[in-house]
Design a protein around this ligand. Structure first.
Ligand SMILES: [Mg+2]
Length: 299
């Protein structure tokens, strides 16, 4: 991939991520009826994006500045963005970690001691999409860069495993975009299981791979979790399952993800990242993109 292609794919994934985030947030309340509400026609926007998008934007800034993940820079960008624009629904621990980094503490010290062993939250996975777009042609490099991007705030192996799973899913969704969905799904899953370190998150994905794709997403979520605990193992397996069974339909993937309740904005942000990598900008409903709060311009 050329530098321009990396920038473009990263941006495309950010579009899918931010639309999922903003709409997931807007439809989280009363999510059991999300299908009827969407089919009735969406209300005028803007639909505001949340911390998922804010942190993904931070990753994009780091990529534009340094061509990869420079951890000190990324920690600084995250904490500056929180200070500049704090009301984006950041979790309590994320705030605490980023506040301390902003006060000059070393990110490694802060991240590794959070929750007594590091955070296993889903926050490193929710923001990783654009990084996966950037390195979509090189999975070895992507896994290394993802590991670095995750541990700035999520030191725990589960937090990192979740980010790797989603990153590999996004990159492989792009690599397999020319294949029929069922074949692409099999390849994506194989690569995720190969690249994700042994963890509860990986175990959950293995369980997800054996679930009947015809069951309802709420039923799948009862088995896999739905992010209501905001941890990676409680979030990522369901997200992968939900994305893979609707790989050709952004709107359907969004609806069935949000129907399962839980961490709706984050779940939809991750599913949106994966679908956008496969389908490109034309796969995202135009009306949704146009009514989502604007994203910053990086060029
Ligand atoms: Mg959020």
């Amino acid at each position: 991939m050329t530098h321009e292609e990396r920038k473009d794919l990263s941006r495309t994934v950010l579009e899918g991520l931010s639309v999922g985030d903003a709409f997931g947030e807007a439809f989280a309340y009363g999510c059991a009826n999300v299908r009827q509400r969407i089919q009735a026609g969406i209300a005028a926007g803007p639909y505001w994006w949340t911390d998922d998008t804010a942190m993904a934007i931070g990753i994009v800034e780091c990529l534009h500045r340094s061509g990869g993940i420079a951890e000190d820079m990324l920690a600084w960008i995250f904490s500056r963005n929180l200070k500049k624009d704090p009301d984006r629904g950041y979790g309590k621990m994320a705030r605490r970690i980023l506040d301390r980094i902003g006060q000059g503490e070393n990110w490694m010290e802060v991240s590794s001691t959070a929750f007594d062993g590091g955070s296993m939250g889903n926050g490193a996975a929710m923001r990783v999409g654009p990084l996966a777009g950037w390195f979509a042609d090189d999975l070895d490099r992507l896994v290394t860069e993802t590991w670095k991007s995750a541990r700035v705030t999520h030191w725990h192996p589960e937090g990192i495993a979740g980010a790797i799973s989603v990153a590999v899913a996004v990159a492989c969704a792009w690599q397999t975009r020319g294949l029929p969905a069922s074949e692409a799904g099999t390849q994506i899953l194989t690569e995720i299981l190969k690249r994700t370190p042994e963890s509860g998150t990986r175990d959950g994905i293995l369980t997800a791979s054996r679930l009947d794709p015809m069951i309802s997403s709420a039923a799948a979520a009862r088995i896999l979790g739905n992010g209501s605990q905001v941890t990676a193992p409680d979030t990522v397996p369901f997200v992968i399952w939900s994305a893979l069974r609707s790989l050709d339909d952004y709107q359907e993937a969004f609806i069935s993800t949000v129907e399962a309740d839980g961490d709706c904005d984050t779940n939809a942000a991750m599913v949106g990242s994966i679908l956008a990598a496969r389908l490109g900008i034309p796969g995202i409903p135009v009306e949704w993109r146009e009514s989502r709060e604007a994203l910053p311009d990086f060029d």
